[in-house]
Structure formats: C-alpha cells, structure tokens
Design a protein around this ligand. Sequence first.
Ligand code: SAM
Ligand code: DTB
Ligand code: SF4
Length: 344
Amino acid sequence: MTLAELQALHSLPFFDLLKRAREVHEKFWPEGKIQLCTLLSIKTGGCSEDCAYCAQSARYKTELESHVLMEREEVMTHARAAKENGSTRFCMGAAWKGVRGGTKRFEQVLDIVRDVSKLDMEVCVTLGELGPDEAAQLRDAGVTAYNHNLDTSPEHYPNIVSTHTYEDRLRTIRNVQDAGISVCCGGILGLSETITDRLRLLEVISNFNPQPESVPINSLMPMPGTPLAENPQVDPFDLVRMIACARIAVPRAKVRLSAGRTRLTDEIQALCFYAGANSIFYGEKLLTADNPEMAKDRALLAKLGLKTLEPNPALEAPETDPLVPACPTQEGHILQACATSCCG
Ligand code: SAM
Ligand code: DTB
Ligand code: SF4
C-alpha cells in the first residue's frame, strides 16, 4: 500500500476504519482464532546497540540484570512449559548486535533451536543482524520465523538508534526471506513519532515481497534509565487505529498485539481483536518486561468467546510474488525490502 492510501484509511472516522478492517479480517481469518506465543530472553542485557527504548542496551543505566546465553536444558524447561500452557509459538530473543556463524554462541543457539523444534511449536528467534549463511543454518536447525522489527519509519529511525541503520535491518530481513524463513516484522508506538511515521512503517512493511508472516505492534513500555523513560502512553484509540491499518495493509499476516498490554484495559484489547489483532504474547514476562498474568488473559479470551489457534509447526514462509519487479534503480539493492522510493 502507498502512504497516501494508508493516510486515507487512518483518517476515516473510527467506526468506518474498524468496519473496513473487520471485513478484511473476516475474509482472511474466518475462524477468528488468536495465536498464543511465549517469549524467552535467552541472552539478557549488555547489548552494544543504543536503541533508545530498550532496557537491554549497555549504554543506559537501567535496573536490568544481565545474563549470559542460557543453557539448552533451561531453555527446554521454559519451552515445555509454554507448550503445556497452550502456546503454539516459542520466540527466543538475544540482546546483541548480531550473530556470526562458526562462533561458539551461534553453535549453542543452533543446538537450542534443534531441541526446541522437536516440541512441535513454531520456533521463532530474534537475534539481531543476520547474514545469509547464518539464516540458512538457522532454517536447517528448525527455525520457522525470524523477528526483526523496523520499529518506526526510515525517517524517524535515526532519532531512535545510531549504532545501526534502517538499511542494515532491511538487509537482515532480506537474508531471512532468501533463506525461506517467515519474517516477523513490526514496530513500536510511543517513540515520539508522528502518525505519518507509523504509516510509513506500514507502507514499507506492506511492500515487502513476500509480505511478513506476522506483524507485531508494540506499545512502548518506558524503561527507567533509557532516553524514552518519560514518554507518555500512546492514546489507546491510536493503537486500535494502527492495528486496523496493519490488518488492512498486511491481510494474511498475524497481527500481534505485543508489548504494552499491561497498561491496556480489557475493553481496548477487545477493540484491538475486533480490528484484526489475532495473536498475543502469553505468559507473565515478555523479554524483560511484565505481561498480563495468564489467568487474566484466559479469562479475557473466554469472556470474548475467542478460541486459540492450533499449532502449525510446519509453518512455511509466504511465497514471493513473481509479479513484483526487481529494483530497477540500484544494483544489489534490497529489492524485496526496500525503504527508499527507488523500488517504486
Ligand atoms: N536484539 C534483537 C533486535 O533488536 O532485533 C531482539 C530483541 S529486541 C528487544 C525485539 C523488539 O522488542 C524490538 O525491536 C522492539 O520492537 C521491542 N521492544 C524492545 N524494548 C521495548 C520496549 N521497552 N517497549 C516496547 N517494545 C520494546
Ligand atoms: C516484538 O515485537 N516484541 C517482543 C518480541 N517481538 C521479541 C519483545 C517485546 C519486548 C518488550 C520489552 C522487554 O521485555 O524488554
Ligand atoms: Fe540490543 Fe535489540 Fe535492545 Fe536494540 S532492541 S538495544 S539491538 S537488544
């Protein structure tokens, strides 16, 4: 979708936007089920990057305790518990700039993935920057999805992060796509961005080829010690609008109502589900921050009569659309995930 199309949608009266999003949701997700995903931080804190929202950056004095890469058995204990609790996707996150093949820690991650993938859940990892060889090795080990968020617009990104670029993020996404792994790519609301920044993010994401398999929409959880610690809470109606626009722009994706649910009322979460959110992080912890208690989430889903999605461990990456042309402007450009207008 183009920015102009997204702007036209976003500025519709609230109920007109909801109606449009609901129609798309019912067409593409007729069963209306919610996927439960569990997160685990397998390597916590001490990250070299300076993402202004993140408690795990070593640049800021936060209250977080750092931890080295978790042992495989400990990860498996968490993964088994996630499966027993009804999660069909297990997502492991590491706080570092990226991973290089051949290193001890990458081999350790591959071992972890091989074991977790035996549990018949979708296996997602978020390990920062990734090269093509590493992506292929992760796929062979059993990774079904890779989370790598663009977080905001290409224009606002340099205000939030200086240690890597938007193009770096797009290159990793391209490597993941090329390896045949599903891409999970979304953003955060509440980074002092404008509505245009939010819609630019959706414009970039919706023009991926293939479109991402899932789109997490996070609301900033202000972390003491980070530069954004005092940022105000996002207007919940704006969150619903963003979910609705994401549903329309990326109709086949699971739109995940992600970080920040502890500050949302049941009523606003219900509106998010109505507008097209069909996945949540389930379990009392996100990576380092709090998430609603499982019993509370179960009660909410039951109250709304929402069923949960069955496991799909054979999750396949969406196919590339052969009708989308390669970038005609710059040789070697990131064709399927281009942030500039050069790819049209
Ligand atoms: N280091 C990896 C990376 O940067 O891709 C993976 C972990 S990182 C914590 C994953 C995502 O969590 C970020 O891209 C961001 O969207 C989200 N996130 C991190 N801190 C957050 C916060 N305080 N509030 C909301 N979302 C946050
Ligand atoms: C995503 O978009 N949100 C999740 C997951 N992908 C990795 C992470 C949210 C992190 C929230 C802050 C924390 O727990 O430190
Ligand atoms: Fe590091 Fe990821 Fe946090 Fe950025 S978001 S500081 S890369 S852990």
